[in-house]
Design a protein. Structure first.
Length: 139
């Protein structure tokens, strides 16, 4: 078994090399801000409207698309969610009657998502809360 190295390590030089640079500090600040905003949104949307942030963001994208149906693959490309996280969010929305899923008419391999009237109503009710939290946490 080999013995641990007892070579001299210049601690200040190593710490200086590992100390956050401007870019690393900016990255950490951005991640901290993202975590704070995400947590605040999740808490308020859940408490006031019984909807998670992923579900709200999915509804928000569907409303912004302003089309009758939306391909799941297109939504995945525009969303911050992974394919599996988006699938879970859409499944939860479908269980609550906020969206419906169907096979695409022109491509049977694709799934289309359609916002329901109930989904539009939940989105309309939750949007002021979403925007209020963004204004409060991003400033």
């Amino acid at each position: 078994m080999s013995q641990p190295s007892t070579a001299f390590v210049d601690r200040p030089a190593v710490e200086q090399h590992l100390a956050p640079t401007g870019l690393v500090s900016e990255w950490r600040d951005l991640m901290a801000k993202h975590a704070a905003v995400t947590c605040a949104l999740e808490k308020e949307l859940q408490n006031r409207h019984h909807i998670g942030l992923s579900e709200f963001e999915t509804l928000d994208r569907l409303v912004d698309a302003a089309c009758e149906t939306y391909r799941m693959s297109d939504l995945a490309c525009e969303s911050h969610l992974s394919q599996s996280a988006l699938s879970r969010a859409v499944a939860r929305l479908e269980r609550e009657g906020l969206v419906s899923r169907s096979m695409c008419a022109d491509d049977r391999r694709s799934i289309s998502i359609c916002l329901t009237d109930k989904g539009r109503a939940v989105h309309a009710t939750a949007t002021p809360t979403h925007r209020e939290v963004l204004a409060r946490t991003l400033r």
